[in-house]
Design a protein around this ligand. Structure first.
Ligand code: TRP
Length: 361
């Protein structure tokens, strides 16, 4: 059995640097590592609709934004299959059958779904489709027999749910499905990058995101306005690192080599942190470093985006081809699933023969 990657994003907005360090960058590295037989990257529009039923146009408009973000980060349609979830109807069929393998109480225990229900004030009126999206996500993953799912830690409950469905299916029917593993970001700062205002999550509605598509000026402005340490009033005051957004971002983006280029008086981030904590290092200097580091990382992405933006019909073409290829793989898995579940009637010659024999033919 080869190693297969599947992952995806809901197209509810442009992708931001949190998506980038949390997953996108890693996907590109994995895609280029040569260690995986196949990489599937899915735009999860159907999942996005589960809590956006009244807002389909938002999802529709953001398909191209997410696709442009993918391509400009280096996901390459020659190496990865980029596709749109809703175009693969096999995923719905798989979801329908998996529903028989999951209990309501098991779904109610999913901590990510619980948090989302609270955030959206859904308590009294949870759409069934939203409530059951972990099952549909299990279909997304298993349809491609993915072994590896690169995601942030908020997605761990979905992977666990998927693994349970796989084990149950394989035990009840036969060994058709593959148990996937989550692949988490390597460092804590990348796990959940805070918003520029220091709030735990970057979110469009809070207006605290740095988008991959932001211009150099926009990025700089956002960095210069970042939340730091409110007790660090004068340069000479000792500064604190905890909850200090600028340092969290440096943890996510900065490497030793950046110091040679931008701040040679320090050898590495540890030395800079020490100085900050001792007092005598101003926020502006640290923010300027972060700006240099982030611009270096984001500029090539921005430039590639500009190129891809020149031929939008070609992007839709890439997604269509990817969806066609994905559908073939999902159809194969669905066919195996239906055989295992004994609901393949017409391609089972043995069944027809035995039934005929029973009637003495
Ligand atoms: N739940 C993921 C998110 O909110 C999107 C997603 C849907 C996904 N299906 C998936 C991620 C399958 C990994 C694998 O971003």
């Amino acid at each position: 059995m080869g190693k297969i990657i599947l992952t995806g994003d809901r197209p509810t907005g442009r992708l931001h640097v949190g998506h980038y360090v949390g997953s996108l960058k890693r996907r590109v590295e994995l895609q280029n590592s040569g260690e995986y037989d196949k990489t599937f990257i899915m735009i999860a529009d159907a999942q996005a609709l589960t809590d956006n039923i009244e807002n389909p146009e938002k999802i529709r408009q953001n398909i191209i934004e997410v696709a442009l973000d993918y391509l400009s980060c280096g996901l390459d349609p020659a190496k990865s299959t980029l596709f749109i979830q809703s175009q693969i109807s096999e995923l719905c069929e798989l979801t329908f059958y998996y529903m028989d393998l999951v209990t309501v109480s098991r779904l109610q225990r999913n901590p990510t779904v619980k948090a989302e229900i609270q955030m959206r004030n859904f308590e009294a009126s949870i759409p069934v489709g939203f409530f059951t999206y972990p099952i549909s996500q299990a279909a997304d993953i298993t349809a491609f027999k993915a072994t590896t799912v690169p995601v942030g830690d908020d997605q761990l409950p979905m992977i666990e749910q998927t693994r349970e469905i796989v084990r149950k299916f394989n035990a009840v029917y036969s060994d058709v499905l593959v148990e996937p593993e989550a692949l988490l970001p390597q460092n804590q700062a990348c796990m959940r990058l805070p918003g520029i205002d220091g709030k735990a999550k970057m979110s469009k509605s809070l207006g605290n995101c740095i988008y991959l598509a932001d211009t150099a000026d926009e990025v700089k402005k956002k960095i210069m306005s970042m939340y730091t340490d409110p007790t660090h009033l004068q340069v000479s005051d000792p500064g604190h690192l905890e909850g200090n957004t600028v340092f969290t971002y440096l943890d996510a983006f900065c490497k030793d080599e950046h110091f040679e280029r931008y701040l040679p008086e320090y050898a590495n981030l540890d030395e800079l942190k020490e100085h900050y904590q001792r007092g005598g290092l101003g926020d502006v200097k640290v923010k300027k470093l972060l700006n240099n580091v982030m611009q270096e990382e984001l500029e090539p992405i921005r430039n590639r985006r500009k190129e891809f933006e020149k031929d939008i019909p070609e992007i839709y073409n890439i997604l269509k081809k990817g969806s066609d290829a994905a559908r073939e793989v999902a159809a194969q898995t669905l066919s195996e699933v239906k055989s295992a579940m004994r609901i393949n009637y017409f391609d089972d010659i043995e069944l027809i023969k035995t039934q005929a024999a029973k009637y003495g033919e």
